[in-house]
Write a protein that binds this ligand. Structure first.
Ligand code: MF3
Ligand code: CO
Length: 247
């Protein structure tokens, strides 16, 4: 069931979304060779709580941390731990914050020191996929236009798109309807309504689109070991466009 938000509800979502934005920027300032993903998780949890919010991921379906920290070939849901970042890595940080009865959700992929041209292009194209998706998005747009835009931009750059993980509606629950795939056929799907709030989150792979989940039940890696990137914002559908709450 889709929960269209009132203007008051959207106002309540601004704060958790701003906290997500600020936590991502804060972690970005801490990322450097030698830091571990566990340290980033600890910093994130402290920061989110200092803003009076709760890290929504912690305990979600048994997830053991406040952030997902996905390095190189890890696509999503990398569990923070004793993985130390090295010069040349990329790390995708995905996190949610809960405050005012609502969740915010966002992700960024950061470079650790200097990264090679292939990774630079992957990170850039992944963010561009988000902007391609929102470029013509407004009330009345068919849902799968989002995925079609992401897929077209990724594939025209020689990259591929994950099928197993998708964006989603968000609000009082971290995951609400509808699912928002990063692939699809233009002109199909439900038509988006004013006041719907969705997370658009391209997950783009440098190599083949196949992924597998490690024995921990969470960590999703590329089957071919090539790198992946992730970029996500929480977005409100408006009459004439979108409002991005996590920027
Ligand atoms: N930000 C993630 C998402 O978009 C949150 C899920 S991570 C989990 O779905 F670990 F909490 F499951
Ligand atoms: Co999300």
């Amino acid at each position: 069931m889709i929960h269209v938000k009132t203007e008051q509800e959207i106002d309540l979502m601004r704060e958790p979304c701003a906290i997500v934005r600020d936590t991502l920027a804060y972690l970005g300032s801490k990322i450097r060779p030698g830091i571990s993903t566990a340290e980033l998780d600890e910093l994130a949890e402290g920061y989110i709580r200092s803003r009076g919010a709760i890290p929504s991921c912690l305990g979600y379906s048994g997830y053991p941390a406040s952030i997902c920290a996905s390095v190189n070939e890890v696509v999503v849901h990398g569990i923070p731990g004793e993985r130390y970042l090295h010069e040349g890595d990329i790390v995708s940080i995905d996190l949610c914050a809960y405050k005012n009865g609502f969740h915010g959700d966002g992700a960024r992929t950061f470079a650790v020191g200097k990264i090679d041209e292939g990774k630079q292009k992957l990170v850039r194209v992944t963010e561009e996929c988000f902007w391609e998706a929102v470029k013509n998005l407004r009330a009345g747009t068919p849902l799968y236009d989002i995925g079609a835009a992401v897929q077209a931009h990724a594939e025209s750059n020689g990259f591929s798109v994950v099928r197993e993980f998708v964006g989603h509606g968000i609000g009082r629950e971290m995951h609400e309807d509808p699912s928002v795939p990063n692939y699809g056929k233009r002109g199909t799907g439900i038509r988006l309504k004013v006041g719907q709030v969705i997370c658009i989150e391209p997950m783009i792979l440098a190599g083949a689109r196949q992924v597998r989940v490690l024995e921990d039940g969470w960590t999703a890696v590329t089957a071919d070991g090539k790198p992946a990137a992730h970029y996500e914002n929480t977005v409100v559908i408006r009459e004439d466009g979108v409002e991005i709450l996590t920027l």
